[in-house]
Design a protein. Sequence first.
Length: 529
Amino acid sequence: MKIDFDAVVIGAGFAGMYMLHRLRGLGFSARVIEAGTGVGGTWYWNRYPGARCDVESVQYSYQFDPALEQEWEWSERYATQPEILKYANHVADRFDLRRDIQFETRVTRATFDESDKVWLVETDRGDRVLARFVIAALGCLSSPNTPRIPGLADFEGPTYHTGHWPHEGVDFTGKTVGVIGTGSSAIQSIPIMAQQAEHLTVFQRTANYTIPAHNRPLDPAYVREVKANYREMRKRAKTLPAGIDLRINMASAVESAEEERRRQYQERWDYGGLGFMASFSDLLLNDESNKTAADFVRGKIGEIVKDPKVAAALAPTNIIGCKRLCVDTGYWATFNRPNVTLVDIRNEAIERITPIGLRVKGKDYTFDCLVLATGFDAMTGALLKIDISGRNGVSLKQKWSEGPKTYLGLTMAGFPNLFAITGPGSPSVLTNMLPSIEQHVDWIADCLAAVRARGATVIEAETEAEEAWVGHVGEAAGNTLRSTCSSWYVGANIPGKPRVFMPYIGGLPAYIERCEAVVAKGYEGFSVG
Ligand code: NAP
Protein backbone atom coordinates (compact mmCIF):
# COMPACT_ATOMS: atom_id res chain seq x y z
CA MET A 1 0.00 0.00 0.00
CA LYS A 2 1.31 3.42 -0.95
CA ILE A 3 1.07 5.97 1.81
CA ASP A 4 0.89 9.73 1.18
CA PHE A 5 2.96 10.78 4.20
CA ASP A 6 4.86 9.14 7.00
CA ALA A 7 2.97 11.37 9.40
CA VAL A 8 -0.04 13.65 9.50
CA VAL A 9 0.14 16.25 12.26
CA ILE A 10 -3.16 17.86 13.25
CA GLY A 11 -2.78 21.49 14.29
CA ALA A 12 -0.17 24.17 13.61
CA GLY A 13 0.20 25.68 17.06
CA PHE A 14 3.49 25.54 18.93
CA ALA A 15 3.21 21.73 19.19
CA GLY A 16 2.44 21.09 15.52
CA MET A 17 5.10 23.50 14.28
CA TYR A 18 7.92 21.96 16.30
CA MET A 19 6.69 18.44 15.46
CA LEU A 20 6.95 19.25 11.77
CA HIS A 21 10.44 20.63 12.23
CA ARG A 22 11.58 17.47 14.06
CA LEU A 23 9.96 15.11 11.54
CA ARG A 24 11.66 16.88 8.67
CA GLY A 25 14.99 16.72 10.46
CA LEU A 26 14.61 12.94 10.69
CA GLY A 27 13.73 12.61 7.03
CA PHE A 28 10.06 11.71 7.57
CA SER A 29 7.53 13.10 5.11
CA ALA A 30 4.82 15.04 6.91
CA ARG A 31 1.73 17.13 6.35
CA VAL A 32 0.31 19.43 8.98
CA ILE A 33 -3.42 20.10 8.72
CA GLU A 34 -4.66 23.28 10.39
CA ALA A 35 -8.17 24.74 10.65
CA GLY A 36 -7.06 28.38 10.88
CA THR A 37 -5.61 30.55 8.14
CA GLY A 38 -2.31 30.84 10.01
CA VAL A 39 -0.04 29.26 12.60
CA GLY A 40 -0.14 29.90 16.36
CA GLY A 41 -2.96 27.69 17.68
CA THR A 42 -4.30 29.13 20.91
CA TRP A 43 -2.64 32.47 20.12
CA TYR A 44 -4.27 32.49 16.70
CA TRP A 45 -7.80 32.01 18.09
CA ASN A 46 -7.75 33.82 21.45
CA ARG A 47 -7.65 37.44 20.29
CA TYR A 48 -9.88 38.92 22.96
CA PRO A 49 -8.82 42.30 24.39
CA GLY A 50 -6.11 41.92 27.01
CA ALA A 51 -5.10 38.35 26.05
CA ARG A 52 -1.64 37.65 27.41
CA CYS A 53 0.31 34.68 28.60
CA ASP A 54 0.49 34.27 32.37
CA VAL A 55 3.93 32.67 32.12
CA GLU A 56 6.74 35.20 31.75
CA SER A 57 7.72 35.70 28.12
CA VAL A 58 11.39 34.76 28.51
CA GLN A 59 10.22 31.38 29.77
CA TYR A 60 7.27 30.93 27.44
CA SER A 61 9.32 30.35 24.31
CA TYR A 62 10.98 27.52 22.40
CA GLN A 63 14.37 26.30 23.57
CA PHE A 64 15.21 23.79 20.82
CA ASP A 65 17.25 26.30 18.85
CA PRO A 66 19.77 28.45 20.75
CA ALA A 67 20.05 30.93 17.86
CA LEU A 68 16.28 31.49 17.83
CA GLU A 69 16.37 31.99 21.58
CA GLN A 70 19.09 34.62 21.25
CA GLU A 71 17.68 36.55 18.31
CA TRP A 72 14.07 36.96 19.47
CA GLU A 73 13.31 40.04 21.61
CA TRP A 74 10.32 40.01 23.97
CA SER A 75 9.14 43.47 24.88
CA GLU A 76 7.20 42.88 28.11
CA ARG A 77 7.33 40.72 31.20
CA TYR A 78 4.10 39.00 30.07
CA ALA A 79 3.77 38.94 26.29
CA THR A 80 0.54 40.00 24.62
CA GLN A 81 -1.32 37.69 22.25
CA PRO A 82 -0.25 39.75 19.18
CA GLU A 83 3.40 39.51 20.21
CA ILE A 84 3.21 35.74 20.79
CA LEU A 85 1.45 35.30 17.45
CA LYS A 86 4.23 37.34 15.80
CA TYR A 87 6.75 35.00 17.41
CA ALA A 88 4.87 31.94 16.08
CA ASN A 89 4.92 33.46 12.59
CA HIS A 90 8.61 34.26 12.92
CA VAL A 91 9.30 30.61 13.78
CA ALA A 92 7.19 29.43 10.82
CA ASP A 93 9.17 31.69 8.47
CA ARG A 94 12.58 30.98 9.98
CA PHE A 95 12.17 27.22 9.62
CA ASP A 96 10.21 27.45 6.37
CA LEU A 97 7.33 25.50 7.89
CA ARG A 98 4.40 26.79 5.86
CA ARG A 99 5.10 24.73 2.73
CA ASP A 100 4.05 21.56 4.60
CA ILE A 101 1.01 23.06 6.33
CA GLN A 102 -2.42 22.83 4.76
CA PHE A 103 -4.42 25.74 6.23
CA GLU A 104 -8.17 26.29 6.44
CA THR A 105 -8.76 22.57 6.65
CA ARG A 106 -10.27 20.67 9.53
CA VAL A 107 -9.62 16.99 10.13
CA THR A 108 -13.00 15.33 10.55
CA ARG A 109 -12.13 11.62 10.75
CA ALA A 110 -9.15 9.33 11.30
CA THR A 111 -9.55 5.59 10.81
CA PHE A 112 -6.92 2.92 11.45
CA ASP A 113 -6.73 0.28 8.77
CA GLU A 114 -5.62 -2.88 10.54
CA SER A 115 -4.66 -4.85 7.47
CA ASP A 116 -2.32 -2.22 6.02
CA LYS A 117 -1.40 -0.58 9.35
CA VAL A 118 -2.10 2.92 8.09
CA TRP A 119 -4.35 5.76 9.14
CA LEU A 120 -6.87 7.22 6.71
CA VAL A 121 -7.25 10.90 7.60
CA GLU A 122 -10.25 12.73 6.17
CA THR A 123 -10.95 16.47 6.16
CA ASP A 124 -13.84 18.87 5.71
CA ARG A 125 -12.42 19.69 2.27
CA GLY A 126 -12.78 16.13 1.07
CA ASP A 127 -9.10 15.13 1.44
CA ARG A 128 -8.37 11.45 2.07
CA VAL A 129 -4.78 11.12 3.20
CA LEU A 130 -3.00 7.88 4.09
CA ALA A 131 -0.33 8.17 6.75
CA ARG A 132 1.62 5.70 8.87
CA PHE A 133 1.46 7.92 11.97
CA VAL A 134 -1.02 10.52 13.19
CA ILE A 135 0.09 13.09 15.72
CA ALA A 136 -2.61 15.19 17.37
CA ALA A 137 -1.18 18.61 18.21
CA LEU A 138 -4.57 20.03 19.10
CA GLY A 139 -3.86 22.01 22.26
CA CYS A 140 -5.44 21.45 25.65
CA LEU A 141 -7.75 24.46 25.62
CA SER A 142 -8.85 24.74 22.02
CA SER A 143 -12.41 23.51 21.82
CA PRO A 144 -14.52 26.50 22.98
CA ASN A 145 -17.36 25.77 25.39
CA THR A 146 -20.57 27.47 24.34
CA PRO A 147 -22.95 26.88 27.24
CA ARG A 148 -26.35 25.40 26.48
CA ILE A 149 -28.34 28.33 27.81
CA PRO A 150 -31.87 28.44 26.38
CA GLY A 151 -32.44 31.21 23.86
CA LEU A 152 -28.77 31.76 22.97
CA ALA A 153 -29.57 31.74 19.25
CA ASP A 154 -32.30 34.37 19.76
CA PHE A 155 -29.97 37.14 20.92
CA GLU A 156 -30.27 39.90 18.33
CA GLY A 157 -26.92 41.60 18.90
CA PRO A 158 -23.47 40.16 18.23
CA THR A 159 -22.23 37.29 20.43
CA TYR A 160 -18.48 36.79 20.86
CA HIS A 161 -16.63 33.86 22.44
CA THR A 162 -13.25 34.80 23.94
CA GLY A 163 -11.76 31.60 22.51
CA HIS A 164 -12.86 32.44 18.97
CA TRP A 165 -12.54 36.21 18.76
CA PRO A 166 -13.01 38.10 15.45
CA HIS A 167 -9.68 38.83 13.74
CA GLU A 168 -10.64 42.42 13.01
CA GLY A 169 -11.19 43.05 16.75
CA VAL A 170 -14.30 44.47 18.38
CA ASP A 171 -14.84 48.07 19.39
CA PHE A 172 -17.26 48.30 22.31
CA THR A 173 -17.27 52.12 22.39
CA GLY A 174 -20.75 53.38 23.18
CA LYS A 175 -22.11 49.83 23.58
CA THR A 176 -23.68 48.07 26.51
CA VAL A 177 -22.06 44.68 27.01
CA GLY A 178 -22.95 41.56 29.00
CA VAL A 179 -20.14 39.14 29.93
CA ILE A 180 -20.79 35.60 31.12
CA GLY A 181 -17.87 34.08 33.02
CA THR A 182 -15.11 35.13 35.37
CA GLY A 183 -12.24 32.79 34.44
CA SER A 184 -8.80 33.85 33.13
CA SER A 185 -10.13 35.08 29.78
CA ALA A 186 -12.81 37.22 31.44
CA ILE A 187 -10.43 38.51 34.10
CA GLN A 188 -7.99 39.68 31.42
CA SER A 189 -10.59 41.19 29.11
CA ILE A 190 -13.08 42.78 31.55
CA PRO A 191 -10.80 45.72 32.56
CA ILE A 192 -10.25 46.62 28.89
CA MET A 193 -13.84 46.15 27.78
CA ALA A 194 -14.90 48.31 30.75
CA GLN A 195 -12.70 51.15 29.50
CA GLN A 196 -14.48 51.08 26.13
CA ALA A 197 -18.06 50.15 26.85
CA GLU A 198 -20.83 52.49 27.89
CA HIS A 199 -21.83 49.85 30.42
CA LEU A 200 -20.51 46.39 31.25
CA THR A 201 -22.53 43.81 33.20
CA VAL A 202 -20.55 40.83 34.48
CA PHE A 203 -22.47 37.63 35.27
CA GLN A 204 -20.41 35.70 37.81
CA ARG A 205 -21.25 32.07 38.66
CA THR A 206 -18.07 31.34 40.63
CA ALA A 207 -15.92 34.09 42.10
CA ASN A 208 -12.29 33.55 41.16
CA TYR A 209 -8.86 34.29 42.58
CA THR A 210 -6.49 36.50 40.67
CA ILE A 211 -3.07 37.95 41.47
CA PRO A 212 -1.77 41.18 39.93
CA ALA A 213 0.57 40.69 36.98
CA HIS A 214 2.60 43.85 37.56
CA ASN A 215 3.40 43.65 33.91
CA ARG A 216 6.09 46.02 32.64
CA PRO A 217 8.46 46.53 29.73
CA LEU A 218 11.46 44.21 30.00
CA ASP A 219 14.64 45.78 31.25
CA PRO A 220 17.36 45.28 28.58
CA ALA A 221 19.92 44.44 31.28
CA TYR A 222 17.64 41.67 32.59
CA VAL A 223 17.13 40.31 29.06
CA ARG A 224 20.90 40.28 28.49
CA GLU A 225 21.37 38.36 31.72
CA VAL A 226 18.67 35.83 30.79
CA LYS A 227 20.15 35.32 27.34
CA ALA A 228 23.61 34.83 28.74
CA ASN A 229 22.26 32.13 31.07
CA TYR A 230 19.45 30.68 28.99
CA ARG A 231 20.83 27.12 28.88
CA GLU A 232 21.22 26.86 32.64
CA MET A 233 17.85 28.53 33.24
CA ARG A 234 16.05 26.05 30.97
CA LYS A 235 17.89 23.12 32.48
CA ARG A 236 16.97 24.18 35.99
CA ALA A 237 13.33 24.76 35.00
CA LYS A 238 13.07 21.09 34.02
CA THR A 239 13.96 20.11 37.58
CA LEU A 240 10.97 22.07 38.95
CA PRO A 241 7.44 20.64 39.23
CA ALA A 242 5.76 23.18 36.95
CA GLY A 243 8.73 23.63 34.63
CA ILE A 244 8.97 27.28 35.72
CA ASP A 245 10.98 28.87 38.46
CA LEU A 246 8.21 30.10 40.78
CA ARG A 247 10.67 30.45 43.70
CA ILE A 248 8.99 27.72 45.76
CA ASN A 249 9.28 28.30 49.51
CA MET A 250 9.55 24.83 51.08
CA ALA A 251 8.10 25.94 54.45
CA SER A 252 4.58 25.00 55.55
CA ALA A 253 2.02 27.80 55.81
CA VAL A 254 0.32 26.46 58.95
CA GLU A 255 3.64 25.87 60.65
CA SER A 256 4.85 29.40 59.90
CA ALA A 257 4.12 32.35 62.15
CA GLU A 258 1.31 34.69 61.16
CA GLU A 259 3.80 37.52 60.56
CA GLU A 260 5.94 35.38 58.25
CA ARG A 261 2.86 34.26 56.31
CA ARG A 262 1.79 37.86 55.77
CA ARG A 263 5.28 38.82 54.70
CA GLN A 264 5.48 35.99 52.15
CA TYR A 265 2.04 36.66 50.69
CA GLN A 266 2.60 40.41 50.53
CA GLU A 267 5.99 39.99 48.89
CA ARG A 268 4.54 37.68 46.25
CA TRP A 269 1.48 39.87 45.74
CA ASP A 270 3.83 42.81 45.11
CA TYR A 271 6.03 40.72 42.79
CA GLY A 272 2.96 39.47 40.89
CA GLY A 273 2.02 36.36 38.98
CA LEU A 274 1.58 32.64 39.50
CA GLY A 275 4.41 32.42 42.05
CA PHE A 276 1.85 33.39 44.68
CA MET A 277 0.89 29.71 44.98
CA ALA A 278 4.54 28.87 45.72
CA SER A 279 4.49 31.04 48.87
CA PHE A 280 4.43 27.81 50.89
CA SER A 281 4.85 24.20 49.89
CA ASP A 282 1.60 22.92 51.39
CA LEU A 283 -0.98 25.32 49.95
CA LEU A 284 -2.46 22.59 47.77
CA LEU A 285 -2.02 19.83 50.32
CA ASN A 286 -3.57 21.20 53.46
CA ASP A 287 -6.95 22.94 53.81
CA GLU A 288 -5.83 25.09 56.69
CA SER A 289 -2.71 26.26 54.90
CA ASN A 290 -4.74 27.01 51.81
CA LYS A 291 -7.18 29.09 53.84
CA THR A 292 -4.37 31.41 55.00
CA ALA A 293 -3.54 32.26 51.37
CA ALA A 294 -7.21 32.53 50.38
CA ASP A 295 -7.88 34.86 53.33
CA PHE A 296 -5.00 37.08 52.27
CA VAL A 297 -6.45 37.50 48.77
CA ARG A 298 -9.96 37.99 50.12
CA GLY A 299 -8.54 40.74 52.33
CA LYS A 300 -7.00 42.43 49.29
CA ILE A 301 -10.35 42.36 47.47
CA GLY A 302 -11.95 44.03 50.49
CA GLU A 303 -9.28 46.74 50.41
CA ILE A 304 -9.50 47.42 46.65
CA VAL A 305 -13.24 47.17 45.98
CA LYS A 306 -15.02 50.13 47.53
CA ASP A 307 -18.60 48.82 47.73
CA PRO A 308 -18.59 46.21 50.53
CA LYS A 309 -21.47 44.29 48.93
CA VAL A 310 -19.64 44.01 45.62
CA ALA A 311 -16.41 43.10 47.41
CA ALA A 312 -18.23 40.33 49.30
CA ALA A 313 -19.71 38.96 46.09
CA LEU A 314 -16.29 39.02 44.38
CA ALA A 315 -14.60 37.20 47.26
CA PRO A 316 -14.09 33.55 46.29
CA THR A 317 -15.15 30.93 48.78
CA ASN A 318 -13.42 27.88 47.34
CA ILE A 319 -9.86 26.66 47.62
CA ILE A 320 -7.26 28.99 46.11
CA GLY A 321 -5.40 27.33 43.24
CA CYS A 322 -7.97 24.55 42.90
CA LYS A 323 -9.24 26.19 39.76
CA ARG A 324 -6.36 27.62 37.77
CA LEU A 325 -5.10 30.82 39.40
CA CYS A 326 -5.59 33.93 37.26
CA VAL A 327 -3.19 36.81 36.70
CA ASP A 328 -4.66 40.24 35.99
CA THR A 329 -4.11 43.91 35.38
CA GLY A 330 -6.62 46.02 37.28
CA TYR A 331 -9.38 43.41 37.59
CA TRP A 332 -10.72 44.12 41.10
CA ALA A 333 -10.47 47.90 40.70
CA THR A 334 -12.59 47.67 37.54
CA PHE A 335 -15.58 46.97 39.80
CA ASN A 336 -15.20 50.48 41.28
CA ARG A 337 -16.09 51.99 37.91
CA PRO A 338 -19.59 53.49 37.66
CA ASN A 339 -20.13 51.76 34.30
CA VAL A 340 -19.54 48.22 35.63
CA THR A 341 -22.14 46.05 37.38
CA LEU A 342 -21.52 42.65 38.93
CA VAL A 343 -24.42 40.20 38.94
CA ASP A 344 -23.85 37.28 41.27
CA ILE A 345 -25.55 34.19 39.82
CA ARG A 346 -23.96 31.58 42.06
CA ASN A 347 -27.28 30.38 43.40
CA GLU A 348 -29.36 30.55 40.28
CA ALA A 349 -28.54 29.60 36.71
CA ILE A 350 -29.22 31.99 33.86
CA GLU A 351 -32.83 31.27 32.94
CA ARG A 352 -32.52 32.24 29.32
CA ILE A 353 -30.91 34.56 26.84
CA THR A 354 -33.52 36.94 25.45
CA PRO A 355 -33.36 38.82 22.11
CA ILE A 356 -32.09 41.90 24.00
CA GLY A 357 -30.18 40.45 26.96
CA LEU A 358 -30.74 37.73 29.52
CA ARG A 359 -32.98 36.73 32.39
CA VAL A 360 -31.79 35.47 35.75
CA LYS A 361 -33.63 35.22 39.08
CA GLY A 362 -36.70 36.51 37.25
CA LYS A 363 -34.94 39.78 36.42
CA ASP A 364 -34.17 40.99 32.89
CA TYR A 365 -30.86 42.57 31.91
CA THR A 366 -30.39 44.24 28.55
CA PHE A 367 -27.25 44.83 26.51
CA ASP A 368 -26.14 45.36 22.90
CA CYS A 369 -23.39 42.71 22.79
CA LEU A 370 -22.88 39.41 24.57
CA VAL A 371 -19.43 38.07 25.46
CA LEU A 372 -19.11 34.40 26.34
CA ALA A 373 -15.96 34.01 28.41
CA THR A 374 -17.09 30.49 29.14
CA GLY A 375 -13.91 28.53 28.57
CA PHE A 376 -13.22 25.25 26.85
CA ASP A 377 -14.01 21.57 26.71
CA ALA A 378 -10.49 21.08 28.03
CA MET A 379 -7.95 18.37 27.27
CA THR A 380 -10.27 15.91 25.53
CA GLY A 381 -12.74 18.13 23.63
CA ALA A 382 -10.64 18.82 20.54
CA LEU A 383 -9.61 15.15 20.11
CA LEU A 384 -13.14 13.86 20.57
CA LYS A 385 -14.51 16.30 17.98
CA ILE A 386 -12.63 14.20 15.42
CA ASP A 387 -14.24 10.85 14.65
CA ILE A 388 -11.27 8.61 15.55
CA SER A 389 -11.50 4.80 15.20
CA GLY A 390 -8.75 2.43 16.19
CA ARG A 391 -8.48 -1.35 16.22
CA ASN A 392 -11.71 -3.34 15.72
CA GLY A 393 -13.52 -0.13 14.78
CA VAL A 394 -13.58 1.04 18.42
CA SER A 395 -13.93 4.81 18.59
CA LEU A 396 -11.95 7.04 20.92
CA LYS A 397 -15.31 8.31 22.20
CA GLN A 398 -16.20 4.76 23.29
CA LYS A 399 -12.79 4.18 24.82
CA TRP A 400 -12.97 7.43 26.80
CA SER A 401 -16.65 7.16 27.77
CA GLU A 402 -15.69 7.05 31.46
CA GLY A 403 -12.84 9.54 31.15
CA PRO A 404 -9.58 9.70 29.20
CA LYS A 405 -7.27 6.71 29.30
CA THR A 406 -3.74 7.09 27.98
CA TYR A 407 -0.27 5.72 28.48
CA LEU A 408 1.93 8.65 29.56
CA GLY A 409 -0.60 11.11 28.16
CA LEU A 410 0.97 10.37 24.78
CA THR A 411 -0.62 7.22 23.37
CA MET A 412 -3.73 5.05 23.70
CA ALA A 413 -4.00 1.25 23.71
CA GLY A 414 -6.06 0.14 20.72
CA PHE A 415 -4.94 3.16 18.69
CA PRO A 416 -1.60 2.17 17.18
CA ASN A 417 0.66 4.87 15.73
CA LEU A 418 -1.53 7.65 17.14
CA PHE A 419 0.11 10.18 19.45
CA ALA A 420 -1.30 13.13 21.40
CA ILE A 421 1.00 16.01 22.27
CA THR A 422 0.25 17.15 25.85
CA GLY A 423 -2.68 14.75 26.02
CA PRO A 424 -4.67 13.95 29.19
CA GLY A 425 -2.51 12.06 31.66
CA SER A 426 0.53 14.29 31.02
CA PRO A 427 1.61 17.31 33.11
CA SER A 428 0.72 19.73 30.28
CA VAL A 429 -1.63 22.39 31.70
CA LEU A 430 -0.03 22.20 35.15
CA THR A 431 3.30 23.26 33.67
CA ASN A 432 4.83 25.82 31.37
CA MET A 433 3.31 24.53 28.12
CA LEU A 434 6.25 25.29 25.83
CA PRO A 435 8.84 23.02 27.49
CA SER A 436 6.18 20.35 27.99
CA ILE A 437 5.33 20.51 24.30
CA GLU A 438 8.99 20.25 23.34
CA GLN A 439 9.53 17.28 25.64
CA HIS A 440 6.58 15.45 24.05
CA VAL A 441 7.60 16.31 20.51
CA ASP A 442 11.16 15.11 21.14
CA TRP A 443 9.87 11.90 22.72
CA ILE A 444 7.56 11.20 19.75
CA ALA A 445 10.25 12.05 17.18
CA ASP A 446 12.76 9.75 18.88
CA CYS A 447 10.11 7.03 19.13
CA LEU A 448 9.31 7.18 15.41
CA ALA A 449 13.01 7.04 14.60
CA ALA A 450 13.42 4.01 16.92
CA VAL A 451 10.47 2.21 15.30
CA ARG A 452 12.01 2.84 11.87
CA ALA A 453 15.44 1.70 13.04
CA ARG A 454 13.93 -1.62 14.15
CA GLY A 455 12.43 -2.07 10.70
CA ALA A 456 8.99 -1.95 12.32
CA THR A 457 5.88 -0.06 11.24
CA VAL A 458 3.62 -0.18 14.29
CA ILE A 459 3.93 0.92 17.90
CA GLU A 460 1.06 0.60 20.33
CA ALA A 461 0.61 1.06 24.08
CA GLU A 462 -0.19 -2.16 25.93
CA THR A 463 -3.44 -2.21 27.89
CA GLU A 464 -1.77 -3.18 31.18
CA ALA A 465 0.78 -0.35 30.91
CA GLU A 466 -2.00 2.09 30.16
CA GLU A 467 -4.12 0.89 33.07
CA ALA A 468 -1.18 1.25 35.44
CA TRP A 469 -0.50 4.78 34.19
CA VAL A 470 -4.16 5.82 34.49
CA GLY A 471 -4.12 4.44 38.05
CA HIS A 472 -0.98 6.39 38.86
CA VAL A 473 -2.41 9.64 37.41
CA GLY A 474 -5.56 9.19 39.54
CA GLU A 475 -3.59 8.36 42.65
CA ALA A 476 -1.36 11.43 42.27
CA ALA A 477 -4.44 13.66 41.82
CA GLY A 478 -6.01 12.27 44.99
CA ASN A 479 -3.08 13.55 47.02
CA THR A 480 -3.81 17.22 46.36
CA LEU A 481 -6.64 19.68 46.94
CA ARG A 482 -6.59 20.47 43.25
CA SER A 483 -8.92 17.63 42.35
CA THR A 484 -11.55 18.69 44.88
CA CYS A 485 -13.44 21.47 43.10
CA SER A 486 -15.61 21.88 40.00
CA SER A 487 -12.88 22.96 37.60
CA TRP A 488 -12.17 22.23 33.96
CA TYR A 489 -9.28 20.04 35.21
CA VAL A 490 -11.97 17.51 36.19
CA GLY A 491 -14.31 18.28 33.28
CA ALA A 492 -16.90 19.78 35.63
CA ASN A 493 -17.55 22.77 33.34
CA ILE A 494 -19.04 20.55 30.63
CA PRO A 495 -22.42 18.98 31.44
CA GLY A 496 -22.26 15.20 31.17
CA LYS A 497 -18.45 15.00 30.94
CA PRO A 498 -16.99 12.21 33.10
CA ARG A 499 -15.46 13.69 36.26
CA VAL A 500 -11.82 12.67 36.14
CA PHE A 501 -8.76 14.77 37.04
CA MET A 502 -7.18 14.84 33.59
CA PRO A 503 -3.62 16.22 33.83
CA TYR A 504 -0.79 14.37 35.59
CA ILE A 505 0.02 16.21 38.82
CA GLY A 506 3.17 14.29 39.79
CA GLY A 507 5.39 17.12 38.46
CA LEU A 508 7.51 17.54 35.37
CA PRO A 509 10.78 16.03 36.67
CA ALA A 510 9.14 12.74 37.75
CA TYR A 511 7.24 12.63 34.49
CA ILE A 512 10.31 13.21 32.31
CA GLU A 513 12.19 10.57 34.28
CA ARG A 514 9.38 8.11 33.64
CA CYS A 515 9.26 8.86 29.89
CA GLU A 516 13.02 8.41 29.67
CA ALA A 517 12.91 5.15 31.64
CA VAL A 518 10.31 3.75 29.23
CA VAL A 519 12.70 4.44 26.35
CA ALA A 520 15.74 3.11 28.20
CA LYS A 521 13.88 -0.16 28.74
CA GLY A 522 13.27 -0.55 25.01
CA TYR A 523 9.86 1.16 24.97
CA GLU A 524 8.54 -0.61 28.02
CA GLY A 525 4.76 -0.95 27.95
CA PHE A 526 4.60 -0.76 24.16
CA SER A 527 4.39 -3.46 21.55
CA VAL A 528 6.45 -2.71 18.48
CA GLY A 529 5.92 -4.75 15.34
P1 NAP B 1 -12.70 29.09 32.44
O1 NAP B 1 -11.59 29.28 33.39
O2 NAP B 1 -13.27 27.74 32.26
O3 NAP B 1 -13.83 30.11 32.84
C1 NAP B 1 -15.11 30.03 32.29
C2 NAP B 1 -16.04 30.92 33.07
O4 NAP B 1 -17.33 30.85 32.50
C3 NAP B 1 -16.17 30.48 34.53
O5 NAP B 1 -16.28 31.61 35.33
C4 NAP B 1 -17.47 29.68 34.49
O6 NAP B 1 -18.11 29.59 35.74
C5 NAP B 1 -18.27 30.50 33.51
N1 NAP B 1 -19.37 29.75 32.91
C6 NAP B 1 -19.28 28.69 32.07
N2 NAP B 1 -20.51 28.26 31.72
C7 NAP B 1 -21.39 29.06 32.37
C8 NAP B 1 -22.80 29.14 32.42
N3 NAP B 1 -23.57 28.27 31.75
N4 NAP B 1 -23.36 30.10 33.18
C9 NAP B 1 -22.60 30.96 33.86
N5 NAP B 1 -21.25 30.95 33.86
C10 NAP B 1 -20.66 30.02 33.11
O7 NAP B 1 -12.30 29.58 30.96
P2 NAP B 1 -11.21 30.67 30.52
O8 NAP B 1 -11.35 31.90 31.30
O9 NAP B 1 -11.30 30.79 29.05
O10 NAP B 1 -9.85 30.00 30.91
C11 NAP B 1 -9.60 28.64 30.65
C12 NAP B 1 -8.13 28.34 30.84
O11 NAP B 1 -7.41 28.84 29.73
C13 NAP B 1 -7.50 29.01 32.03
O12 NAP B 1 -7.75 28.34 33.22
C14 NAP B 1 -6.03 28.99 31.63
O13 NAP B 1 -5.47 27.75 31.83
C15 NAP B 1 -6.14 29.26 30.14
N6 NAP B 1 -6.00 30.70 29.92
C16 NAP B 1 -4.78 31.24 30.16
C17 NAP B 1 -4.62 32.58 30.02
C18 NAP B 1 -3.28 33.16 30.28
O14 NAP B 1 -2.26 32.59 29.99
N7 NAP B 1 -3.24 34.29 30.86
C19 NAP B 1 -5.66 33.39 29.64
C20 NAP B 1 -6.90 32.81 29.39
C21 NAP B 1 -7.05 31.46 29.54
P3 NAP B 1 -17.76 28.38 36.75
O15 NAP B 1 -16.39 28.68 37.28
O16 NAP B 1 -18.83 28.42 37.75
O17 NAP B 1 -17.77 27.12 35.92
